[in-house]
Write a protein that binds this ligand. Structure first.
Ligand code: FES
Length: 120
């Protein structure tokens, strides 16, 4: 059993992590329709998750979605920052994960050469 002091520290850490999550709230959505999977969506999702974990970024929620009708642009990845537009990236490969996380998720900079759509 943990000491009272250890439990207090754990509670403080969880509360602080929760605040970070609430403040960040970035969503990363990967298209996992059949064409997305065929184009490597699973590998892209894994690479994005690895990159977020490697950098210790808190507050990133990963989701998957189905067909959005742009098969020729798979793998599609949407990144939505709180209060920001929904940016859709296309033709994403696992090798793009580092740039998407470092530039968009961490620094809020859109990776222009991969953008295929933007909505508010
Ligand atoms: S089957 Fe490819 S986007 Fe729907």
């Amino acid at each position: 059993m943990k000491s009272l002091e250890e439990l207090k520290k754990l509670r403080e850490k969880l509360q602080s992590d929760t605040k970070l999550r609430a403040a960040d709230g970035i969503k990363v959505i990967v298209g996992m329709g059949t064409c997305g999977i065929a184009a490597g969506a699973r590998e892209v999702m894994a690479a994005l998750m690895d990159e977020v974990k490697k950098r210790g970024v808190a507050g990133v929620a990963f989701q998957q979605t189905g067909c959005i009708g742009m098969c020729d642009k798979e793998v599609l990845v949407d990144i939505i920052s709180p209060g920001g537009p929904r940016i859709t990236y296309g033709n994403v490969r696992p090798s793009d994960a580092g740039r998407l996380v470092a530039e968009h998720v961490v620094n809020g900079q859109i990776v222009k050469d991969l953008v295929v759509a933007k909505s508010v």
